[in-house]
Design a protein around this ligand. Structure first.
Ligand SMILES: [Zn+2]
Ligand SMILES: [Zn+2]
Length: 270
């Protein structure tokens, strides 16, 4: 198994010359060219997995020095076990030990293929827990394995913790809804289909972030309408970017604004 240095997604050998995820229009191959890494190389390089509590029951997991694009994984700790969301592109014995201190892992899932990380490797080291992959995005898997379980529309991990397919950034893009989060007001964990902006009070809806390609207005409105049926007050993005409160109203207002700009309502400002 090798790991793409740019996106940190695992891939079975023999690997292709260029990473299919990075050559897609949503990403890019760095100017230095394609590099494939092994877990051993990353470990010898002094890689560590770090843990930080975002709120009670939600642990942010990152790698230092960074692996790939420095995504943040989230461990959602529910009464029966936890969900490892957007797994990072590195894992070692210490990381596995720390994750298990919070209880058994029920499943691993990613918001979209850019966030697959080394999900099969995490699963194997956690004893073969299911890796939930949206059926619509199975073509992007670099590693197909019996631990993978395909799903569509929605998938309950455990009571109060459910995946919802929104599409958008990828057809299989998903959010995780955690009902007990934010003190019982509800939390959404999102990937790039619903992206909390640096201002912490607006959301972006893009097909590509690095290459600046927006989703259409109707798609932004569709996603906001779908998620509007869930109860939540806070959104965490996949880089630990957060809309801390009033997230549903902010999601709706952001989708309206996105659609209005795309429609040309603000062309007089250009
Ligand atoms: Zn890649
Ligand atoms: Zn992405």
């Amino acid at each position: 198994m090798l790991i793409c240095a740019a996106c940190a997604v695992e891939r079975d050998e023999p690997v292709p010359g260029l990473c299919p995820i990075c050559t897609d229009e949503r990403q890019y191959v760095p100017e230095v060219g394609q590099q494939w890494l092994t877990l051993d190389e990353l470990m010898q390089d002094g890689r560590k997995v770090s843990f930080e509590e975002n709120e009670p029951g939600l642990i942010g997991i990152s790698t230092d020095p960074k692996v790939g694009i420095r995504q943040t994984a989230q461990l959602v700790v529910a009464p029966n076990g936890s969900l490892l969301w957007d797994p990072v592109g590195y894992v070692d014995d210490n990381a596995v030990e720390t994750v298990l201190e919070y209880g058994p892992v029920l499943a691993i899932a990613a918001s979209h293929p850019h966030m697959f990380g080394v999900q099969v490797e995490w699963s194997r080291r956690l004893g073969g827990v299911p890796v939930l992959v949206a059926d619509a995005d199975r073509q992007w898997l670099g590693r197909v394995d019996p631990v993978i379980s395909y799903w569509s529309d929605s998938k309950t991990v455990t009571e109060g913790l459910t995946l919802h397919q929104t599409g958008g950034h990828f057809p299989g893009s998903a959010v995780a809804h955690w009902a007990a989060g934010a003190g019982g007001r509800g939390v959404l964990l999102t990937g790039d289909s619903v992206f909390p902006n640096p201002d912490r009070r607006s959301i972006a809806f893009m097909r590509s972030y690095p290459n600046r390609l927006p989703l259409s207005g109707p798609v932004a409105l569709r996603i906001a309408a779908q998620l509007g049926t869930l109860t939540f007050d806070r959104i965490y993005g996949n880089f630990n970017n957060v809309v801390a409160a009033d997230a549903k109203a902010i999601l709706n207002a952001s989708a309206e604004r996105h659609a209005a700009w795309a429609r040309g309502d603000f062309d007089h400002l250009t």
